[in-house]
Design a binder for this molecule. Structure first.
Ligand SMILES: *[C@@H]1O[C@H](CO)[C@@H](O)[C@H](O)[C@H]1NC(C)=O
Ligand SMILES: *[C@@H]1O[C@H](CO)[C@@H](O)[C@H](O)[C@H]1NC(C)=O
Ligand SMILES: *[C@@H]1O[C@H](CO)[C@@H](O)[C@H](O)[C@H]1NC(C)=O
Length: 587
């Protein structure tokens, strides 16, 4: 119950209102995902104990883990590093992995997990310090918790009584052997896994938002393959709250809600006076649900992953692009049906229900073995709440453990899957009219839209809708000498010299050298000295040589009246190139 209360309280605070949950108290509940901790010895303790998997670390869904329980001599709450106490729980070669038993209290669960991991433990068991039903250990919201991302060992909370029993056995000098079993954590009735991701389009909520985005980025390719091949049925969901009737006309509800207080979200920056409002977030959430609905109707539900990913990349709040116009751009690039999506979104200012959001609010209430969804993000696999870190490999393990045995897709047995996401519709990225240059790049983490480099020249643009060939002639970078004739070509440029000048153009520097020198003799003498100085230095250390050459070239460029502006002087020039370039200037 703690998490439920905390989540509701936090939302009420953010809305600045006494928001009451919509659901009757009797049906509202938070289901703690439990799995079993089996003690195999000593005989007196043999049996199965309940434990609750934490919302961090990596549970081994579908697997088991054997180990011995160790209760540390000092630092028993694991709030400090075990190094400070000269304690290490790394098993010696051939030794069993250590399940570190620690006491609840005094610091975050995640701090205990982190310290246990750094001490070499393979898992951490936190013994409750009060008699109560098990709770889910969650991650703190505050900053200074960057290490949470790096916790990989699984964590579980055990009851006070189980903890007492284990401690007593250890005091008696017994060796306590345990087996943590995740094989039955999720139901696995058939050859298709249904899973839901409860998420949020808000991208400015700190660590949790970053974690959601990283998950979408890394899991997208796998999710899409599983869906296309019919192994999974995925549905995204979004939580909204409603504004109590008495407050519908208040400033807070007007800025946090759409459809007359019916659907609200907390202010993204938790500051009513600046940036985006809750209503912007609800609207974007609604668009994302509608994208899913419309894509699902045309039997391409996996397009949701592309939309959510691209929207986060192209329309972030911090660039002030988190708006409908930008969303429409993404929808168009992905060739989704904008009209249908707009129809599904409806009029956010209308004083009436939106059937899509209404259905989402109803889905928030738990059913069967699943509790109410109150924590974001939440993943539900086969109608059970997933616990553990929101991270590609652990989520994939959980999804895979939801298939009836032997019906798992290949990807469950072999993690890397090969797809070229640029083959279809060019991955939604920019494609040149000629059809031979694209911004789409297939990578291990899914496709990215990135402006290409053609013949050493980079295209400019966002990689999605517009990508301009840089007009080198206008960019004031290339071929700018007074006698140069610059002509932009597609993907490159051509530089030639107008007649009546001694022509010099080079790959590295576009220069046209006039026969009439205007440089003072002092300047030339100066250059000669440097040139010969450099020639001598050439006999010296190679590093010094290279450095001076570069310096010389720079100096030459800044002294020569017909200097080229092309700024690639940082590349190391060969002696021949230097003297060739320098020759016309020295005549
Ligand atoms: C977490 O892991 C990443 C990548 O291995 C590393 O760069 C980072 O410093 C780690 N953070 C902490 C707090 O150890
Ligand atoms: C998506 O489409 C499938 C098959 O057409 C359907 O069974 C499912 O209910 C749809 N999901 C949603 C959330 O509309
Ligand atoms: C692409 O096609 C255009 C026109 O057919 C051609 O001029 C250009 O050189 C091609 N570019 C590449 C990189 O193949």
């Amino acid at each position: 119950m703690m998490e439920r209360r905390a989540a509701a309280w936090c939302c009420a605070l953010l809305l600045g209102l006494a928001l009451t949950a919509r659901w009757p108290a009797a049906t509202a509940r938070f289901v703690v995902e439990k799995n079993s901790l089996r003690v195999t010895s000593p005989a007196a303790l043999r049996g199965v104990y309940e434990c609750a998997i934490g919302n961090f670390g990596m549970p081994q869904y579908g697997g088991t883990m054997h180990g011995v329980v160790v209760y540390p001599k000092a630092n028993r709450k694991a709030c400090k590093q075990f190094d400070d106490f000269d304690l290490s729980f790394k098993p010696k070669p051939g030794g069993l992995p250590v399940f570190l038993l620690v006491d609840r209290g005094d610091c975050y669960f995640t701090t205990k997990g982190w310290n246990a991991q750094n001490s070499g433990a393979a898992a951490v068991l936190v013994a409750d310090d009060r008699v109560e039903p098990l709770i889910t250990m969650d991650t703190p919201e505050s900053s200074g918790t960057e290490h949470i991302e790096n916790i990989t060992i699984p964590s579980a909370l055990i009851s006070k009584r189980s903890g007492d029993d284990l401690r007593k056995a250890l005091e008696n000098g017994d060796m306590v052997n345990v087996l943590l079993d995740w094989r039955e954590s999720l139901p696995h009735p058939d050859e298709r896994v249904e899973y839901e991701f409860w998420t949020n389009s808000n991208d400015e909520c700190g660590a949790k938002c970053d974690m959601q985005m990283n998950f979408v980025r890394s899991f997208r390719a796998i999710a899409q393959v599983l869906e296309k091949r019919g192994y999974t049925q995925f549905t995204p969901h979004y939580i909204t709250w409603y504004c109590p009737e008495a407050f519908v006309l208040s400033k807070q509800c007007k800025s946090q809600c759409i459809n007359h207080g019916r659907y609200c979200a907390p202010d993204p920056e938790q500051d009513f006076s600046t940036g985006y409002d809750g209503k912007d977030v609800v609207l974007q959430n609604l668009i994302q649900i509608c994208v899913f609905k419309v894509a699902n109707e045309s039997r391409k539900p996996w397009m949701w992953w592309d939309y959510v990913h691209d929207f986060a990349v192209r329309c972030p709040m911090k660039e002030k692009k988190y708006n409908r116009e930008c969303a429409n751009g993404v929808i168009k690039s992905l060739r989704l049906e904008l009209e249908k999506i707009n129809k599904c979104v409806g009029d956010p200012d209308a004083d009436k229900e939106n059937p899509v959001l209404k259905a989402e609010q109803d889905a928030q209430i738990g059913r069967g073995s699943r509790g109410d969804v109150t924590i974001l993000p939440t993943l539900v696999v086969n109608n059970r709440q997933y616990r553990g870190k929101l991270e590609k490999s652990s989520v994939l393990k959980a999804v895979c453990s939801g298939f009836e045995e032997t019906t798992e897709p290949d990807v469950c047995l072999r993690e890397d899957i090969e797809t070229n996401e640029c083959l279809e519709n060019n991955g939604g990225c920019w494609l040149h009219k000629a059809g031979n240059v694209t911004a789409c790049k297939d990578t291990f983490r899914g496709r990215v839209c990135e402006c290409p480099i053609v013949n050493g020249v980079k295209f400019a643009g966002d990689g999605y809708t517009n990508c301009e060939d840089i007009d080198e002639c206008k960019e004031n970078l290339f071929c700018q000498c007074s006698n140069c004739a610059c002509e932009n070509t597609w993907g490159s440029y051509e530089c030639s010299c107008v007649v009546a000048t001694t022509c010099y153009t080079s790959e590295i520097h576009d220069t046209c050298i006039s026969k009439v020198s205007t440089a003072s003799s002092v300047g030339w003498g100066f250059l000669w000295v440097i040139f010969f100085g450099l020639a001598l230095a050439g006999a010296g250390a190679y590093a010094v040589y290279k450095y001076r050459l570069r310096r010389f070239a720079r100096l030459w460029l800044s002294t020569c009246p017909w200097r080229a502006k092309k700024q690639q002087i940082n590349s190391v020039l060969s002696t021949t190139q230097i003297s060739e370039i320098a020759k016309p200037c020295m005549e």
